[in-house]
Design a protein around this ligand. Structure first.
Ligand code: FE2
Length: 263
């Protein structure tokens, strides 16, 4: 260590660094959308892969995660029990390796016929005990979107629509996002959407929603190492916190917010 490093205690190693992805996402607190639980959807396929993704999140400054495996009838037939099982396996691995990482679990629900059933029977894997993360197919709109939003609210929970910018069939219908917000559904941005990772049109839609201040949450939606590497590049290239400064991003207070509609 040189003279100047000694004088300043090597402080240049702490905090965000120009050109480095380290700690660039510390400000979000919780990653509330990812697929890092092992072996139960199209995300991580093993404990080792999960650990690699968690190390990546830690480098980005994220030390808290609500992992959200897909629940999709006939494709990813997860239940609260199957998700809890994968979570338990990963928690055991974290503990055995002495890794300090807060890991909670929920789900990402595809809007399909089965979801009506889960809501009706109050068998949802809630996010932070009050939110329900929902998604639609990328190919076609779910006609039941607005009735599902209402059903979730009627149970006293708060719906969050995952990555609205990725639904190509809405790209020429921006008013639909206002309708969804006016129906009381929150919106979650995928961080990779602000780059061209999912394509130019998705980026344009994300930036339009950002400019309109319509996002409530951000998530990595990380499935695998390619997502992690892309995310590292995105956070170096863009000042994400500044980009989102006019959006009421509430990840940091995920476990302290009160839900509307609950008495
Ligand atoms: Fe996802």
């Amino acid at each position: 260590m040189g003279f100047w490093s000694n004088l300043f205690g090597g402080s240049e190693k702490k905090g965000p660094q120009r050109g480095s992805h380290h700690n660039r996402l510390a400000w979000i607190g919780w990653d509330m959308h990812n697929h890092i639980l092992p072996g139960i959807d199209d995300g991580s396929q093993s404990i080792d892969q999960s650990m690699e993704l968690i190390r990546g999140l830690q480098e980005l400054g994220i030390h808290r995660s609500v992992s959200t495996p897909h629940v999709m009838a006939g494709v990813h037939d997860n239940t609260p029990e199957s998700i809890a099982g994968a979570h338990s396996c990963l928690m055991t691995a974290l503990k055995s390796q002495g890794i300090d990482f807060r890991l909670d679990f929920s789900a990402e629900y595809m809007i399909d016929d089965q979801l009506d059933h889960w809501i009706e029977n109050d068998n949802l894997c809630l996010l932070a005990e009050k939110y329900v993360l929902i998604e639609m197919s990328y190919l076609s709109e779910s006609k039941g979107l607005f009735s599902i939003i209402k059903s979730i609210q009627d149970k006293g929970y708060q719906p969050i629509l995952a990555h609205p910018e990725r639904y190509n069939y809405y790209h020429n219908n921006f008013k639909i996002f206002e309708d969804i917000k006016n129906a009381g559904c929150m919106l979650q941005l995928n961080l990779l959407s602000i780059s061209k990772y999912y394509g130019e049109n998705v980026k344009t839609a994300a930036l339009t929603l950002i400019r309109s201040g319509m996002y409530d949450f951000v998530g990595t939606d990380m499935h695998h190492a390619r997502h992690l590497e892309a995310l590292k590049q995105v956070v170096v290239k863009y000042d994400v916190q500044d980009l989102l400064k006019d959006n009421p991003i509430r990840n940091i207070s995920l476990y302290s917010d009160k839900v509307r509609n609950i008495a």
